[in-house]
Design a protein around this ligand. Sequence first.
Ligand code: PEP
Ligand code: MG
Length: 909
Amino acid sequence: METLTEIKKRVFLFGDKKADGNSKMKNLLGGKGANLAEMSAIGIPVPPGFTITTEVCTEYNTLGKDIVINELKESVESAIESIEKTMGTKFGDSENPLLISVRSGARVSMPGMMDTVLNLGLNDQAVLGLVKKTNNERFAWDSYRRFIQMYGGVVLGMKPHTKEDIDPFEEIMEHLKDKRNIELDTEFTVQDLQDLVYDFKDAVKKRTGHDFPTDPWDQLWRAVMAVFDSWNGDRAKYYRKMHNYPGDWGTAVNVQAMVFGNMGTNSGTGVCFTRDAGTGENVFNGEYLIDAQGEDVVAGVRTPQQITKLGSQRWAELAKVEEADRAENYPSLEELMPSIYAELNEYQQKLEDHYSDMQDMEFTIQDGKLWILQTRIGKRTGAAMVKIAMDLFKEGVIDEKETLLRIEPNKLDELLHPVFDTKALKRANVIAQGLPASPGAATGQIVFFADEAKKFKNTILTRIETSPEDLEGMNVAKGILTARGGMTSHAAVVARGMGKCCVSGAGALKIDYKNRVLRVDGKEFHEGDWISLNGSTGNIIEGKVATMEPELSGEFGEIMELSDKYSTMEVRTNADTPKDAAIARNFGAQGIGLTRTEHMFFEVDRIKAMREMILADTVKGRKHALEELLPMQRSDFEGIFEAMQGLPVTVRLLDPPLHEFVPHQLATQKELAEDMHISLAAVKNKVAELQEFNPMLGHRGCRLGNTYPEITETQTRAIIEAALNLKEKGIVAKPEIMVPLVGTANEFIEQKKIITETANKVFKERNDSIEYLVGTMIEIPRAALMADKIAEHADFFSFGTNDLTQMTLGYSRDDAGKFLNVYLEKGILTHDPFEVLDQEGVGQLVEMGTLRGRSTKPNLKVGICGEHGGEPSSVEFCNKTGMNYVSCSPFRVPIARLSAAQAAIKAKA
Ligand code: PEP
Ligand code: MG
């Protein structure tokens, strides 16, 4: 038999403002154990306890339980003795029992791996001691029945494994409720709880064949072993596999004294924050209740009181409570227990200083003694996040780099879009969930058709999916909701560009256009009914929810300035209109990385000429229609160039399949036939002719320009003439003409020839010239493979990762919503690849395309203009790849600026 020969420390004590360990020992003590030790070591009064190390878990699994338990015995017994001494209680005592909690704690947090066992040490004698201590019979017996239930579930394996399994304890409780004709647990009497304890023990005996363990030591050892066993449970193994955590890490076991805030008027419990988590203001704040347990503070049955006098006064003002009433009935902890408050105030300062960040703390006062149960980095709103980081920087607590790393890029979104009033949100009824396609909050009345988006003052355009024809309606609506389509569906991309709230791909919605009804989960919503969308979570909410406009603080600008100081990549924007361009410049965009010219053709006066161009049977007919479009495009480009004032503007030539532009409804087809003086049948024929089985892989991108060169000619002319017109006005324009969907070098060479010939022609006509570039998108896998050949001719590459993802994974951008959710739920995919760049797969093509491109043209300018250009982890990847810029929708520009800075800081670290 193997033995433990090595003499090592296996049990680490903490408490009494001392500790054997510290926060650097996470690998040995687990995250929780290391933090408890750290708090205790810096003089914070945490309830005493001990941690059995993660190494013991590994020994337990390799050498067997008996050897390990035997080895631990002495140190655990002396550790319990030490806890007893600090608490003045005794394990299993019927007068003054020590109760403990047993928890797992790996080096990283693994939520749900193993539940906690509370109140361990209770038995038929100790419960009487608890009654005496708390003077609360109901509480004591309720704790006892909860303990058996928890212990039975976690340690004795009686917890249901599947949804179909019956929880034996719940069954007993339900049975008793039926018998007593009551509904809630809180309605149980002391007698009921005593009966439950009896019945629970009976159930344990029946299920396990043994009596419920009454010896506290027996309870403890079994709980410790259950924690170790849980490390190799299915849940933990699955979680480790998903996150690539090795099995030999092991989990620690934390055993800690329980403290009670419900032991009379000299006890209490509360939660506090070192700064305001909502606004970031540097004020200590929080809530507490006298003679209560932790859950009472959050349960909202009793009104919690404020910790500070200032907080209490502010609360009274809002709650319209008179000062005298407040002081008497809702005094602050500062007023009620000044010395406890002073002590708490000292600890909150100490903890914030120690961790250099805002802390969220839980505390309990047991019979006049303050215990800090937990401290952690406090969650905060976007506004608070920015203010706290900047304040800590100004206070000299953190340096510039750390300040930037403290900001979560995606959370900046909250500062840019309207948000729901958090109080109103608490009462909201969520009817379904879609993808959080474009952040923000929107409340409005349902309309089902884009041309009816003005029917009410505030509308939510509700569609199965949107198409370019819906553009104007989307612009007017407050929010956009679709039943189909993913994160790069038409609705999502366009909405993000507009900074408009959008929830897409909500598969549970059944939209009946004919009857103008939205059905979901057995409910019906008609045109005009109010709904609300949360574009940041994907929630679809019934009725109105109050929204607020965000206010951009001075700190926001300071963070952006600091970002630019550290980032090495440029941030450009995807913008199709002067308005979007101006918004993006305001957010600090350093150029335009993508102007999708097709969006310009959908406005009422243009779509007609566009359709005439498409329906024309001859080159002459097409040219005629293009001539009509030319001045309109030219003035669009002038507007955009002017808005960008000398910054580079990448204009992409026409990209989508033509059938997206032709009318599909009979009435519009008739109108077009009349306008063009042709028969309705001819229009219908042409529409049918343009229909493709796979339009995304069909007649689109540079295939249009190569089959109809006159389109490329006209667009180039519009771009060059616009730039020359501005030059005359003294405004510099820097166009970068971009050819879409190139797969072979020849496709690009052909287009470039037309572009340069046209530009030269215009220069000659005008007897003037401007500088411009001609480059291509890399969005077909073959283009990435052939990048060296293409780069010989191209001035720049821009990775179109929307199409590149679509074509590399073979997932349709517009249909992936049907299976992506299931893939994400099952863990087949960890992220939506249209949202977060698939670095492992698609990323290889991006890296390869960049490397190969630069192998023939070392100074090749490389950027990204797919939706990933505004997603933090993808931006970091682009930085690593050596890109010159990322380009994203206007409202994501600040996120990309910060992400680029963080990427640069991390790259140098
Ligand atoms: C892309 O494919 O990544 C891209 C930017 O083009 P679009 O989304 O217009 O196809
Ligand atoms: Mg594309």
